[in-house]
Design a binder for this molecule. Structure first.
Ligand code: FES
Ligand SMILES: [Fe+2]
Length: 331
């Protein structure tokens, strides 16, 4: 029998990824489920993105494309009676009558940064007090991405980054060393490690790597891992992002950006360096997550875990997480 993942609240406050920015064209409309709610995401003619609850304030039609919702002349058009909404959520058009002034979509704050579309969730409906830094000043050319639907909680998946003991036991990392102590600044957490591990390259042999990594955590939805390969010298950034769907599942987005393609395996042809290597690394990341996912899907959250000395900064991580449950704890 599947046990609920509670007692953690399923939807911590924070920024969560919805889509690759390049996957939402101008005048395109998509529908999704996040935080147990149905939402629509669309771009107007000028490129502005809007994320809104999927139900029309008029008579409640679903606004998604599967029901007939569309973006026309830069406005979201309801499939039922044709009310039109702009990206501010305001009703700006209705058939045969002036648009009702109080008809407004319920919007979520949006950030388009680092090549992704993020939206902000807050259980008490507060505006975000922090923003996602731009860590891709050089762009994200060559990014590869995979999205998995997993039964897991975003705190559990994020905890992975500081759970040193499992890195050795589940993933086989060797000679694991923490290079810098875990640092917490408000909603940002960072940590650095060094280790050796094997990568299974499909159809190729096992590649041994020795690497230093800088982990960045921006709330429970977004983590990055900057990989500074020592042997071989690979410079890539991994994105590991969890977006709650329905209270039991997350959409887990895994991406690899080549940060400095010129340094990669200098002897390999450019095509291999730029196209194949990110795919190999993404494949390895997906395999690693597969091992975690089996555990996450049946894991019971222990609010008071019994830790060993090898557990690293788990308690500090748990205290860091408290800030994303502010509204529920106050309730
Ligand atoms: S329900 Fe949307 S216009 Fe009537
Ligand atoms: Fe893991």
């Amino acid at each position: 029998m599947e046990r609920p993942l509670r007692p953690l609240h399923p939807f911590p406050d924070g920024w969560y990824v919805l889509e690759l920015a390049s996957d939402l064209r101008k005048e395109q409309l998509i529908e999704k489920t996040w935080m147990g709610k149905e939402i629509v995401v669309w771009r107007d003619r000028d490129g502005a993105v809007c994320v809104a609850d999927a139900f029309c304030p008029h008579l409640g039609s679903h606004l998604g494309p599967s029901v007939g919702g569309m973006v026309r002349d830069g406005k979201l058009v309801c499939p039922f009676h044709g009310f039109e909404y702009d990206v501010s959520g305001k009703c700006v058009g209705a058939r045969d009558a002036p648009p009702p002034r109080s008809a407004r979509l319920k919007l979520y704050e949006v950030a388009e940064v680092n090549g992704y579309i993020f939206a902000y969730w807050d259980n008490a409906g507060r505006a975000p007090e922090w923003h996602i830094p731009d860590v891709c000043p050089d762009g994200w050319e060559g990014r590869v991405l995979k999205r998995l639907r997993l039964r897991a909680h975003p705190q559990t998946t994020t905890e992975n980054s500081v759970d040193l003991c499992h890195l050795a036991h589940v993933h086989g990392y060797r000679e694991l060393k923490q290079l810098k102590p875990t640092k917490i600044e408000g909603p940002f957490l960072s940590s650095s490690y060094e280790f050796r591990k094997g990568i299974l390259t499909p159809g190729l042999q096992r590649l041994e790597i020795w690497t230093a990594i800088d982990v960045g955590v921006w709330g429970l939805g977004i983590s990055t891992v900057e990989v500074h390969g020592l042997e071989p010298n690979i410079e890539v950034r991994l994105w590991i992002m969890a977006t709650p769907v329905d209270g039991d599942h997350i959409d887990y987005s895994l991406a690899v950006d080549p940060v400095d393609a010129s340094r990669w395996f200098r002897l390999l042809p450019v095509f291999i360096r730029q196209r194949v290597v990110p795919k190999v690394l993404l494949n390895d990341l997906v395999l690693e997550v597969g091992r975690d996912a089996e555990i996450w899907s049946r894991q019971l959250y222990q609010p008071k875990p019994v830790l060993s000395r090898a557990d690293g900064d788990l308690f500090r991580f748990r205290r860091y997480c408290d800030q994303f449950y502010g509204a529920e704890q106050a309730a």
